[in-house]
Design a protein around this ligand. Structure first.
Ligand code: FAD
Length: 388
């Protein structure tokens, strides 16, 4: 049986990009995915906040991200539906605009404040009576599954193997991870790279290891094609989710089964895709269960109500409630690298802003795996938390 150079587990954005970059670097690669319809990538908005660098590292990576997205359609020979559009971060009535401005000042290219009427001119569907204004900046956008599919097709053209079945276990012999198993078969590999989103915790846990990876349960409404256009990418001008993510990383709280770590956050936002469907959202729940107790009807009603206030045309548009898991790390940087105490096992997950970050980081990580050094990758290694 073939021993692969690398087995990548998970065909969300992270696994799709990394498996392609490894194959391009000349490695023999097997990409495994369980085919679940609930990946974070499937229900993502696909926004590329390339302006959102706050440090030299994130500025460099976000800029590299948009450059990489511009190269990918030609390199992968597929349309990723990359486009530029206006991002509008709506300011709710009575919010402290100066406080929001000082929050955005930490970005190297901060979004600019505009009054409600100007926001309405940028996005005519927005009700100017419902907001006190908005912060705006140019943003980029791809269709998440077009990007994944573009990576997958190019990966297969390079000779990569793509198998749709769930990985049930990592194979550990002493201090070495030697491959994976599915219900049907075992596959040996020199390196196993876990890019399975929140399920990475389960897989890594199955060989007795732990990582500082956290997740939210995300809920959205996915609409049928709309008979009107929403030009801008609309999100609220609040960083409530990021603030709570920063507070929601107490490892002890996450060890309690079926436990709400922090209250849920509702962000009233919308993005319309080229096929006219839209994603309206989003509720993020900080809960230790992969499937927390949620009433889909209440969740959907809350999201619809919040968004219809800002965009009345959305009232009663046909749509369905969707849910998935989204990972994050303790410091907002990706959580990648070799696992300590074993050889042959890597994690590639925990990205905040993955649509900007994953394409360039996957490219760097594919080289790092064979060369074991890269100054940017070294700043994102998970050993920053374990110290090993
Ligand atoms: C509503 C919403 C809006 C978002 N908007 C943005 C945005 O605008 N910009 C941005 O950058 N990010 C955004 N995100 C976040 C982003 O979509 C996710 O963080 C990202 O797509 C995660 O990619 P991933 O590959 O790490 O994980 P996932 O997409 O979750 O992929 C993991 C894959 O692993 C598979 N898997 C799991 N277990 C196994 C197993 N045992 N065996 C085999 N396969 C397995 C799963 O089926 C899945 O396909 C958004 C997320 C949501 C939910």
């Amino acid at each position: 049986m073939q021993t692969y150079d690398a087995i990548v587990i998970g065909n969300g954005l992270a696994g799709a990009a990394l498996s392609y970059e490894l194959a391009k670097a000349g490695q023999s690669v097997l990409l495994m995915d369980d085919g679940s319809p609930h990946s974070g990538t499937r229900y993502s908005y696909g926004g590329i906040g390339y302006w959102a660098g706050t440090t030299d590292l994130t500025e460099t990576l976000f800029r590299a991200g948009i450059e990489r997205h511009r190269e990918l359609p030609e390199e992968l020979d597929a349309d990723t539906q990359l486009r530029e559009l206006d991002l509008l971060l709506t300011v709710e009535k009575g919010a402290d605009i100066d406080d929001l401005k000082s929050g955005y000042a930490s970005f190297r290219t901060p979004p600019q404040f505009v009054d409600a009427q100007t926001a309405h001119e940028i996005e005519p569907q927005l009700n100017p009576e419902a907001i006190d204004g908005a912060f705006t900046i140019r943003h980029a956008h791809v269709d998440p599954m077009s990007l994944v599919s573009a990576y997958n097709q190019a990966f297969r053209r390079l000779g990569g193997h793509h198998n749709i079945s769930a990985v049930t276990r990592l194979v550990r012999i002493g201090n070495k991870i030697t491959g994976i198993t599915t219900e049907a078969q075992a596959y040996p590999a020199k390196n196993v790279i876990v890019a399975a989103g929140a399920y990475s915790l389960q897989l890594i846990g199955s060989v007795g290891l732990q990582v500082s990876l956290f997740f939210t349960h995300a809920e959205i409404v996915e609409t049928e094609p709309l008979d009107f256009e929403v030009r801008a990418f609309v999100m609220p001008a609040t960083n409530a989710r990021i603030v709570i993510e920063n507070k929601a990383t107490d490892p002890q709280a996450w060890q309690q089964p079926n436990h709400q770590v922090m209250p849920p956050v509702l962000e009233a936002g919308i993005i319309q895709f080229k096929n006219k469907t839209a994603r309206i959202g989003q509720i993020s729940r900080f809960h230790t269960a992969y499937t927390p107790p949620v009433d889909p009807q209440i969740s959907e009603a809350e999201m619809r109500q919040a968004m219809e206030q800002r965009m009345p045309a959305l009232k009663d548009v046909p749509g369905s409630w969707r849910h998935c898991l989204v990972t994050f790390s303790q410091d907002g940087l990706p959580l990648i690298g070799p696992l300590p105490t074993v050889t042959g096992l890597h994690l590639f997950s925990g990205f905040t802003g993955p649509f900007a970050l994953v394409p360039p980081v996957a490219q760097l990580y594919a080289k790092y795996i064979s060369q074991s050094s890269d100054p940017l990758i070294e700043k994102m290694l998970l050993s920053r938390f374990t110290g090993v």
